[in-house]
Design a protein around this ligand. Structure first.
Ligand SMILES: Nc1ncnc2c1ncn2[C@@H]1O[C@H](COP(=O)(O)OP(=O)(O)OP(=O)(O)O)[C@@H](O)[C@H]1O
Length: 903
């Protein structure tokens, strides 16, 4: 019985939840009203007391719905698990009332535990008090309410007729709390509940599809949005449900990808664009509707040099710059400022700077502020935590205050015409920038809207309809919004100020086309800024295309770790040795007061680490791409507020996070690339604070990682220098040139020695490319390796059209969807690239599929009798959409590599 009920709830949860962006398959939100992930065995509420109890209570609890034995695993633990999660949910509802607007109302919780399986005696002594407490609470306060799909539809139809105006009314409330309270009192809620109970009684036998009042309200809320916005026509509704469907499929699939390393799952929406294009319209490409660009003159230059700055001689300026290791290039460069008052900032801004105790500007601020405020485009590269955000925010505000744009609204346009846009690669960074900008915006009367994936698009639409001066967001979601309702919700034609933060990351992820798409909707004469802490050479080239005659400012040694951070290393023989050292390290920290960020490579490892640390009494949570946006924000807030002191995360937390008191970063799994190292450890030692970074490296296995780290750490530890040199001086199987016929010669074991001398960064870049090639070699059979690296042409007919053409998706034995991509006949470089770990793991991550390389390479020109199948890749996933998406990402990679080779 309970199984059926539970399944119904789960399904209803997914269906009800996705509309408001919460029900990301697997998060038992409706069930317990909080962020509990089925796939995480011991996801914890952020109370220390509870952390400890929890661990003892259900050490073997397994709620992993991916597991085929899910029901078996789940059932025995249901009783205590449900009670625990319920309590956890209740605690969280109290802590985050705004996240749980229906807290205190009916929930879908069953009144009675539904199973009576014997509970392990050992556990019972821990469990009983909590079960009793939970049971009591449930009996006293929670009423069971269920309905079914039919009743929901019936109810929704009635709602549509009534044209509710709830959202407009709620805007009148001053605080969110007040709003929540008032909303509860409104007739809408009463009506929702009554109608639901009525319908529920009528249909109480239909258990399978039961959904809760909360879900129903969510659905109705989404519907209300539609009623409110009569002008949002059917297209929008269709569009939203399309998004929701893809959301559902993507997030549902995330549960299956706990082993992926989630460098950046944030950009899932970016990669979804293609998918959305095909789903949303019959056209293949989603076109951003064009708006007429504003031609109002833009005032960009506000800076007037103060007398003191005027008096600085060239030599003095040079000396000042030398002290901070500043390199500055470009035309019409301004001298740096030394004090805030040399900028002519409005009083309101000045007051906030004072309130924040930002007594004087940091070097990146000193150099960039006068240059930006003189109207220049600018590329700013400065270390993590060096104050780049203020360096672009202050000129942005100044720009908006001086450009009072006259926005002409046509009758058909319903949304916002922001005047400034800040693009970020991740949601977290959007939130972080929004947080820094909000106090200024409040004082200056400017409206900020944040738009990023993972949360309800309809809420963002509603926000945009109320106006926006500054749009902060990730490219994928912004494009979605630009296309929404035929471009009547958001247009960028009035944007005169563009910022791209962590720009290298955005471009590096391969989202250049999306960015170009967005930029093509902006005025050409806008002012553009680009900021980052790392700036690899290849990205610089692209950046220069986007900006006009930019001034380039590089503070300190670019791509280097901030010197406020002490870097230390533990070289271990085996992975297993790390845990003991970690515990010893944590033992020496005051984990009650200090905050620590531990980086791991995989989502699953993060969750496992959390369990281990909880069992030792630490207040810890994990953060990775498998968690939905609400959850991620809640976890960061908990760390910020000191509710937890340790966060275990994948590289998703490596950029933008600015947490006060975070004084240690531990790279339990070392990062693969130098930029990642810089950003990860840059979460500590921010502003004027000192930080500590500890990195574990495995002897012999991670020499290359040591090498990467040595490039960005000032005085690296002798242990890792040794590893790094081992990598540099490694005997290396040099590729032979082949004989031109595709036949492979024997390898010569030529020693290939790189030194540090030579051509600086370019030299290092070429070494790095070599390293990447080495990695690619691992994926290929011996007879594939050497070949002709310059072999760029192959007969067209050898490239089977099935590689780039439509691919069949079939259903496998276990109900999974599978597609096959023939890659045997592709040129070697293209094969290497598409099979490289970086490519496949990114595709797996973005499309929530698994990509496997199969078969063996067969020279298309030779008549081999081998029975093996020629090299191919399989893309496997739980939905056709995800598989097609995986295939199209791989094809895109192949296509761009073929183009590069000029095939
Ligand atoms: N002039 C200043 N004086 C003192 N503190 C400052 C100043 N400017 C910024 N800060 C503080 O320094 C910290 C780091 O700033 P910010 O987040 O802008 O760094 P960042 O350079 O963008 O780092 P990252 O590249 O890691 O995102 C923040 O807490 C910010 O409030």
């Amino acid at each position: 019985m309970w199984n059926r009920g539970h399944q119904g709830n789960y399904r209803g949860n997914k269906r009800g939840g996705y509309r408001n962006g919460r029900g990301n398959g697997g998060y038992d939100r409706n069930y317990n009203g909080n962020y509990y992930n089925y796939s995480n065995q011991h996801q914890i509420p952020p109370q220390h007391q509870y952390l400890q109890n929890y661990n003892h209570q259900t050490p073997n609890t397994n709620y992993n719905i991916n597991n085929n034995n899910y029901q078996q695993n789940y059932q025995p633990n249901y009783q205590q698990g449900y009670q625990q999660r319920y309590q956890q949910g209740y605690q969280n509802q109290q802590r985050y009332p705004n996240n749980y607007p229906n807290a205190g109302y009916e929930t879908s919780l069953p009144v009675e535990p539904l199973v009576n399986e014997p509970v392990d005696e050992k556990k019972r002594q821990y469990d009983e008090p909590m079960i009793e407490e939970g049971k009591k609470y449930v009996e006293e306060t929670v009423k069971p309410v269920k309905s079914n799909k039919k009743s929901l539809m019936k109810f929704k139809r009635r709602k549509v007729e009534k044209k509710v105006t709830k959202v407009e009314e709620t805007n009148l409330f001053e605080t969110e709390d007040q709003q929540t309270e008032e909303v509860k009192k409104q007739p809408l809620h009463k009506e929702v509940k009554e109608k639901f109970q009525e319908d529920t009684l009528e249909n109480s036998n239909t258990f399978e599809e039961s959904i809760s009042v909360e879900q129903a309200e969510n659905e109705v809320e989404a519907q209300d949005g539609k009623n409110l916005n009569e002008d949002l026509d059917e297209d929008l509704d269709k569009y939203l449900s399309t998004l929701a469907e893809s959301d559902k499929s993507i997030h549902g699939n995330i549960l299956n990808t706990e082993n992926i390393s989630d460098d950046d799952i944030d950009e899932i929406y970016n990669a979804d664009l293609q998918l959305l294009n095909s789903l949303n319209t019959d056209k293949n490409k989603k076109i951003i509707p064009k708006h007429e660009l504003s031609t109002q003159p833009i005032e960009k230059s506000f800076y007037i040099e103060s007398n003191l700055i005027k008096s600085l001689t060239k030599n003095e300026v040079k000396q000042l710059r030398n002290q901070d290791g500043i390199i500055i290039r470009g035309k019409h460069i301004q001298k740096p400022i030394l004090e805030w008052n040399q900028l002519g900032l409005p009083n309101e801004i000045f007051q906030i700077l004072q309130a924040n105790k930002f007594n004087s500007p940091t070097p990146i601020q000193c150099e960039s502020l006068p240059n930006i405020m003189s109207g220049n485009d600018l590329i700013g590269v400065a270390k993590t935590g060096s104050g780049k955000t203020i360096a672009f925010l202050l000129p942005l505000f100044r720009h908006l205050l001086s450009n009072i744009t006259n926005i002409t609204d046509s009758k058909t346009f319903l949304g916002s015409s922001p005047r400034a846009i800040i693009l970020t690669p991740t949601r977290e960074l959007s939130i972080q920038i929004g947080k820094s900008a909000q106090p200024f915006a409040d004082k200056l009367g400017l409206k900020i809207v944040k738009c990023y994936g993972g949360i309800s698009i309809s809420k963002q639409i509603n926000e945009l309809k109320r106006g926006c001066d500054i749009l902060i967001g990730t490219p994928g979601r912004i494009i979605d919004l630009l296309c929404t309702n035929s471009g009547r919700i958001l247009r960028l034609s009035y944007v005169s100020f563009l910022v791209m933060d962590e720009a290298d990351r955005m471009l590096d992820l391969g989202f250049e086309p999306q960015i170009i798409d967005i930029l093509s909707n902006l005025r050409n004469d806008r002012q553009s800024l680009l900021f980052s802490a790392t700036f690899p050479i290849k990205i610089q080239t692209i950046a220069r295309k986007i900006l006009k005659d930019p001034i380039e400012i590089i503070i300190g040694n670019k791509n280097k770790v901030n010197e406020n951070i002490t870097n230390s290393f533990h070289v271990v023989d085996k992975n297993d040795e790390k845990m003991a050292i970690l515990l010893k390290t944590l033992g020496t920290c005051n984990t009650e007061r200090e905050k620590i960020l531990i980086f791991m490579e995989k989502q699953k490892s993060c969750d496992e680490m959390v369990n281990k640390l909880i069992s030792r009494g630490y207040a810890v949570m994990s953060l990775h791409g498998g968690k939905d946006q609400y959850e991620r924000e809640g976890i960061i807030k908990d760390l910020r507020d000191g509710i937890i002191n340790i966060l275990v995360a994948t590289s998703i937390a490596s950029r933008g996070l600015d947490i006060n008191g975070l004084n240690m970063v531990i790279n339990y799994d070392a990062p693969s690339h130098r930029e990642d190292y810089v950003h990860r450890v840059g979460r500590t030692g921010r502003g004027i604070n000192h930080g500590e970074a500890i990195t574990f490296l495995i002897k012999d296995l991670e020499d290359r990682k040591a090498y990467e780290i040595c490039q960005v750490v000032d005085k690296p530890d002798s242990k890792i220098v040794e590893m790094s040199e081992k990598w540099i001086n490694r005997p290396r199987e040099e590729s032979n040139n082949g004989d031109g016929d595709g036949n492979v010669n024997n390898n010569n074991n030529k020693g290939f020695i790189y030194g540090f001398s030579g051509h600086g960064l370019e030299r290092l870049e070429s070494i790095r490319n070599e390293a990447q090639n080495e990695e690619k070699n691992k994926y290929l059979d011996d007879d594939q390796k050497p070949g002709d690296l310059n072999n760029s042409k192959l007969d067209d007919e050898l490239i089977d059209s099935s590689v780039l053409g439509p691919v069949d998706v079939t259903i496998g034995q276990n109900g999974e969807y599978v597609a096959r991509l023939e890659i045997n006949n592709l040129p070697q470089k293209v094969r290497w690239n598409v099979t490289a770990h970086e490519t496949t793991s990114r595709v797996e991550e973005l499309a929530s599929v698994s990509v496997v390389l199969k078969g063996v390479y067969k020279d298309p020109n030779s008549n081999s009798n081998s029975k093996d199948e020629p090299l191919y890749m399989t893309v496997e996933g739980p939905s056709e959409i995800s598989v097609r998406r995986g295939v199209s990402l791989l094809q895109e990679n192949i296509r761009s590599n073929l183009q590069r080779l000029n095939v």
